[in-house]
Design a protein around this ligand. Structure first.
Ligand code: COS
Length: 379
């Protein structure tokens, strides 16, 4: 579908594809098995401009668009879904809200280091009792003299272990639920800010998922992001963009499943012929490709809508829901095509299978995406 892309987008895609295949692919499995964060790769991604693709050059970004961002996350995730989400969470969930809701001072202070990848960002919304119901946050922020004092704990912060800049959502008026939460920019070395448990997960093991503990954490008054008590909207608008990144990650996983399955089906002989000659295998491959293309087009549409400044909340939910279900389905078929070998660590498809699952959960479960879509249909 390259004919749908501009020359600039095609060139970026080619460059990221080469980088991912040469640098990320060879180390992806080993990093994943050892829960190792790909520090050198992220540093190089920063030097290539991949940590700030869709942001203006004035702040140190690459000055490209969201379609380019989606293409880059897909190419990276084709080789390593962990690296894909490190880039995506940093870019969509941290750079985007600072760029969109930050004051000029905040943008000048934080964006250059984030967009160049010198500092990594993490987004802290979820809590033990506030998952899909993200307005139920119990972490509080109280203004004492000229500081916001934060108390509580957050869960499942992607990049939490490595990040230096956090976007954190806390309740500033507990009586108001979604209309009483506020977004803050919190730096890692702020006294009272601690990284807690690092989760042990089914997949995407090269990307850290951390608990954040806040004990009388004093945040400077000027680090409030957006408006007081408008943090729920900051979080929702941010997640609309984040879902395009997760859809791109899911598309990368789906493509990896398809490409590896094609290769294996041509090489594996049973009954004196390659299994690719059997219709049972051919139909699986055909369905995988058809679903991948449909999901790709949905994410391309939603990314173009974001680039045009249109309201794309529903289209983003549609894109994320479709792409994540396609990734899971492609992973299931890829393991099936690989048979017994697909269940072993000798082939990458078992990693794709484990990685695909999370795309149906984070940045809004499939059930939440269906809720967003249905609400838009019924309103
Ligand atoms: N863009 C802008 N504003 C939005 C919005 C969006 N995409 N979605 C909701 N809002 C606004 C609403 O317009 C409403 O505004 P008002 O207070 O002015 O009326 C406010 O936010 C509250 O919205 P709503 O009443 O729909 O809130 P709910 O508590 O019903 O929650 C869902 C809505 C379920 C959609 C939301 O909580 C959600 O997306 N949950 C999943 C969170 C998630 O993705 N978690 C993953 C964590 S990040 S890894």
């Amino acid at each position: 579908m390259d004919y749908l892309l501009t020359e600039e987008q095609k060139m970026l895609k080619e460059m990221v594809s080469k980088f991912a295949q040469e640098k990320i692919g060879p180390v992806a499995s080993d990093n994943e098995k050892n829960h190792r964060y790909p520090e050198d790769i992220i540093k190089e991604a920063g030097e290539l401009g991949l940590m700030g693709i869709a942001y203006p050059t004035d702040y140190g970004g690459a000055g490209m668009d969201y379609v380019s961002y989606f293409l880059a996350v897909e190419e990276i995730s084709r080789w390593c879904a962990s690296t894909g989400v490190i880039v995506s969470a940093h870019s969509s969930l941290v750079c985007d809200p600072i760029y969109r809701f930050g004051t000029e001072e905040q943008k000048k202070k934080y964006l250059p280091d984030l967009l160049s990848g010198k500092r990594i960002g993490s987004f802290s919304l979820t809590e033990a009792g506030a998952g899909s119901d993200s307005g139920a946050t119990k972490t509080t922020a109280k203004l004492v003299a000229d500081k916001w004092v934060l108390n509580g704990s957050k869960l499942f912060a992607t990049n939490g272990k490595e990040a230096e800049v956090f976007i954190l959502i806390a309740s500033t008026d507990p009586s108001q639920k979604t209309r009483g939460v506020t977004a803050f920019i919190v730096e890692r070395d702020t006294p009272g800010y601690k990284i807690g448990k690092i989760e042990k997960k089914l997949g995407i093991k090269s990307s850290s998922t951390a608990e954040i503990i806040l004990e009388d954490c004093e945040v400077p008054k000027e680090n409030l992001l957006g408006e007081l008590n408008k943090g729920f909207k900051v979080a929702m608008v941010t997640l609309d963009g984040g879902r395009l990144g997760i859809a791109a990650q899911a598309l990368g996983i789906a493509r990896a499943c398809i490409e590896d399955s094609i290769k294996y089906a041509k090489e594996r002989f049973q009954f004196d012929q390659p299994i690719a000659s059997f219709q049972a295998i051919q139909w699986m491959l055909a369905d995988m490709w058809m679903e991948y293309e449909a999901a790709w087009l949905l994410n391309w549409r939603a990314s173009i809508m974001k680039d045009k400044g249109l309201n794309y909340s529903t289209e983003s939910a549609v894109a994320k829901l479709k792409a994540s279900e396609v990734a899971m389905d492609c992973a299931r078929k890829a393991v099936q095509i690989h048979g017994g070998y697909g269940y072993t660590e000798d082939f990458n498809v078992e990693r794709y299978y484990r990685d695909a699952k999370i795309t149906e959960i984070y940045e809004g479960t499939s059930e939440i995406q269906r809720l967003v879509i249905a609400r838009s249909l019924l309103k």
